[in-house]
Every structure is written in structure tokens, then in C-alpha cells.
Design a protein around this ligand. Structure first.
Ligand SMILES: *Cc1c(COP(=O)(O)O)cnc(C)c1O
Length: 282
């Protein structure tokens, strides 16, 4: 398919592979400097973010607490079992309470309850996360300095913002949204960039037409694509993020919207641990 290279971030980062170790590195440094004894953050039962936070907490000798959305039995997942085995304390909350995760009063309550702690927004979406992800752009500058188009999956947009702030300004960055109808994503990326004092910025855009049914949903076309891609390329994909990102590239080249000759660097942001949520992948 076209002239596509893959940056395999899934192969580095140990137990916190992909983009998450980049996104969390500055929070770990902040916690060390501020004397926080634990890192507290939010996520669903299949959260790659909480999974990585638990792994990094254990590696760095700092406690972790996961505020988990949902109290039902189906929320006992292999991901949370890993997190607990790495020492994360789970605080399961109702979906109603989880909705308060960005509310200032709720955050103050949590800070007091888990003091001394550092509270990390869901998905690590803050300037600290953006600065951590800027290291991915620097890596690309080293391994593929001439690349014209970089494609990355988008959840919160933090990784995208990190790339925008660190890649060469004539590079074009295309984010593929893993969410359906997240029309505020562009604004969230702009806000993250503004709050991070990102100076020079590469051009960027987000495609909203490759969610394949919604967040963590899989269409039959996506499933067929992933199985065929894995068989031919021998590269495992996750269906939530990287599968949709590569499916988008495949479609955009196939329909001629993108020129097949343009060199593309696609970023494999990891997430393979989440395959355990999809029986057809295991
Ligand atoms: C979290 C995640 C993303 C999305 O990253 P954001 O910075 O939230 O946009 C992409 N791919 C994988 C595999 C992830 O786990």
C-alpha cells in the first residue's frame, strides 16, 4: 500500500509501550520533584493509559491509583488485572461520578483523599503530556528527517499536539480520530498547544471518518483489513487506535484521495495489550 513506513513505538517502552510512556514521563518527573507519593488518574476498564501508569509507577517506585469508570462485573478486565498486579489501587466509581473527572471541586476532593499526590487528567491530556510527546517528534527528526506526511491515531489529541510542536514546520500531520463525532477535538488540540507554549508548529488536521462505528467498535471492513494486514505485514495492530489509523491510510490511497507516491510515516502507538478484549484477535 503506497509508500508507507511504520514507526514501531509498540516495540519500545517495555510494559508501557507505544505513546503512553512518552506522554507520562513529565508527570513522573513532576511527582519526583514535588514530593508526591502517588499518581492518580482516570480511565475505563480497558484504558491503555491506566495500564501504562501502573507499569511506570511500579518501575519508578511510586504508588498509583486508578479511578475506574463503572462498577459492573464486565469491568473486571485483563487490563485492570495487570494494573493491580503492578500495585495500582483501583477506586471504582459510578458512571455519574466519573463524569465529574474534570470538575475542580471533585479534583480537590481526590487530591485531599490521596495526598500527597499528583492528579493526572484522563489520557494524560495536559501540557505535560504534550511536552512528553514532543520527544516522539524529535525521534522522527532523527530517523526520518525528510518525511512529508506523518499519520497518527487520535484519542485525546495529546500525542498529536506533541508532534505538532516538535516536527519540522513543513511536515503535514494527519490525525485519525478513534472516536465518533468528537467535533471538539480540533479545539482541544488548539487549547493544548496554547497551554504548552508550543512555538513553531507543523500543519495538522484530523480525519473524523474512520472511527468504524465508534470508539473501540469494529466494523467488518476494519476487521478484514486488520486480519489481512497482519497476515501480510506480520505486524500486530490494535483495533481501537492503530488498526483504524492504518485502515484510513489504506482507504485514502485506494480511493486516490492521497497520492500513492507520497512518502508517509505512520506511527504505531502500541495498545496491543487491548487485543485481549477482542476474541477474534486472540
Ligand atoms: C492512548 C492511545 C492513543 C491516543 O493518544 P492521545 O494522545 O490520547 O491522542 C493512540 N494509540 C494508542 C495505541 C493509545 O493507547
Amino acid at each position: 500500500m503506497g509508500n508507507v513506513s511504520l514507526l514501531r513505538l509498540d516495540q519500545s517502552g517495555g510494559l508501557a509501550p507505544g505513546n503512553k510512556a512518552f506522554k507520562l514521563r513529565e508527570y513522573l518527573a513532576q511527582a519526583r520533584h514535588s514530593g508526591a507519593e502517588r499518581l492518580v488518574s482516570f480511565g475505563g476498564a480497558w484504558s491503555n493509559h491506566l495500564h501504562a501508569l501502573a507499569a511506570l509507577g511500579q518501575q519508578n517506585g511510586i504508588e498509583t491509583v486508578g479511578i475506574v469508570r463503572g462498577e459492573a462485573a464486565e469491568d473486571e478486565t485483563a487490563m485492570l488485572a495487570d494494573a493491580v498486579s503492578w500495585g495500582m489501587k483501583l477506586q471504582r466509581v459510578s458512571r455519574t461520578e466519573y463524569r465529574r473527572r474534570n470538575d475542580v471541586d471533585y479534583q480537590r476532593e481526590l487530591r485531599e483523599r490521596f495526598a500527597p499526590c499528583l492528579l493526572i487528567p484522563e489520557g494524560g491530556a495536559s501540557p505535560a503530556g504534550v511536552r512528553g510527546c514532543a520527544a516522539i517528534g524529535e525521534l522522527i527528526g532523527d530517523v526520518a528527517p525528510q518525511v512529508g506526511r506523518v499519520v497518527v491515531s487520535v484519542g485525546t489529541g495529546t500525542t498529536l499536539a506533541g508532534l505538532v510542536s516538535s516536527l519540522d514546520t513543513d511536515c503535514e500531520i494527519v490525525g485519525i480520530s478513534a472516536l465518533k463525532g468528537a467535533t471538539d477535538l480540533e479545539q482541544r488540540v488548539l487549547d493544548l498547544l496554547a497551554a504548552s507554549d508550543a512555538g513553531r508548529q507543523a500543519g495538522w488536521s484530523i480525519r473524523h471518518d474512520f472511527h468504524c462505528g465508534g470508539f473501540a467498535r469494529v466494523s467488518s471492513a476494519l476487521r478484514e483489513f486488520i486480519l489481512a494486514f497482519e497476515a501480510v505485514q506480520e505486524v500486530p495492530l490494535d483495533p481501537v487506535y492503530t488498526g483504524k489509523m492504518l485502515f484510513a491510510i489504506h482507504q485514502l490511497i485506494k480511493t486516490g484521495e492521497w497520492n500513492a507516491g507520497t512518502p508517509i510515516l505512520a506511527i504505531h502507538t502500541g495498545g496491543l495489550q487491548g487485543r485481549r478484549g477482542y476474541p477474534w484477535m486472540t
